[in-house]
Design a protein around this ligand. Structure first.
Ligand code: PDD
Length: 288
């Protein structure tokens, strides 16, 4: 049994489906030894993957950035996501995909000979945000961003993100808003958005943040709703003075942050820009 996982969960590992508690990787897998690998988190609603092409495009970019060989054709990834969703206990689930550089004697440098990347996939329970979270919003605390300078790669080297999230937990908050050199970057596992004067603002896409699949989607939803959107650096002061703050990720979808460093954001209630973007997001799920 794996603590926290249903006993009969099925996972995919290097071409085979097995019970999660029976799947084994090598102790010398570079993902285990060095965190040398990448991942994706694809939300699936009622058996239908959401923004799958965009997720698989980002998986390609992450592999390229780390010079890890693409282990499967696009059609095989699509098939794998479908199969994991079909085997999932619930039709609405999260499909997690991970590729590591593979197994080799421990050496920081890339192996000199071609090795087979390790491919892992699983479907886990997905409880989309509750009515209470949508209506009351979530809480954020600001912390310094202490991560490395390639946050654009969706790497499994997540210690900085793990420590950031733990700070939120210990402060009784839901998520962090990280700042580097006085400017907003992102959450521990989400992108953060500022609404000011009716305009949607986000940090620019660069090496300091992961370009969430919802980053592009929010741009589309804002355009559809006639909400102006601008990507630019956002100072601590601007974030603290925001009319609204929003959080997006595959699992959080889009949620309002109504508390920031212990103080209410705006009037402490989800705002009108959130409501319009949320409606757009819900419509996209309904149209799947
Ligand atoms: N995390 N920034 C970071 C650091 C993230 O880890 C994530 C997602 C995002 C939002 O990306 P997207 O919209 O593609 O979910 C931004 C996933 C959910 C995770 O690690 O579980």
């Amino acid at each position: 049994m794996i603590p926290g996982m249903p006993g009969d969960s099925q996972v995919y590992l290097n071409g085979e489906f097995t019970r999660a508690d029976q799947a084994k990787i090598s102790v010398l897998d570079r993902g285990f030894i060095f965190g040398d690998g990448i991942y994706e988190v694809v939300p699936v609603y009622n058996g239908k993957p959401f923004r799958m092409t965009e997720h698989l495009d980002r998986l390609d970019r992450s592999l390229k950035a780390l010079s890890i060989a693409q282990p499967m054709a696009r059609a095989e990834w699509v098939e794998l996501i479908g199969e994991l969703a079909r085997r999932s206990a619930t039709a609405t689930c999260i499909v997690y995909l991970q590729v590591t550089r593979g197994v080799y004697k421990r050496d920081h440098a890339f192996p000199k000979e071609a090795i087979r990347p390790t491919v892992f996939g699983m479907a886990t329970v997905f409880n989309p945000p509750s009515a209470a979270q949508r209506e009351q919003g979530v809480s954020l605390i600001s912390i310094p961003d202490e991560r490395w300078l390639h946050c654009e790669i969706k790497s499994v080297s997540l210690l900085g993100n793990v420590l950031a999230r733990q700070q939120a937990v210990e402060a009784g908050a839901d998520e962090v808003a990280q700042f580097r050199d006085g400017f907003l970057t992102e959450g521990s596992s989400s992108n953060i958005w500022v609404v000011s004067g009716g305009k949607l603002l986000a940090p620019p896409k660069n090496n300091l943040i992961l370009e969430g699949i919802r980053y592009g989607l929010m741009g589309e939803l804002a355009a559809e709703a006639g909400i102006a959107f601008e990507a630019r650096r956002l100072s601590r002061e601007e974030v603290a003075a925001a009319d609204e703050l929003l959080v997006t990720s595959a699992t959080k979808e889009v949620l309002p942050a109504t508390s920031y460093d212990g103080k209410p954001v705006g009037n402490g209630k989800p705002g009108p820009v959130y409501a319009r973007l949320r409606a757009g997001y819900d419509a996209r799920i309904a149209a799947l």
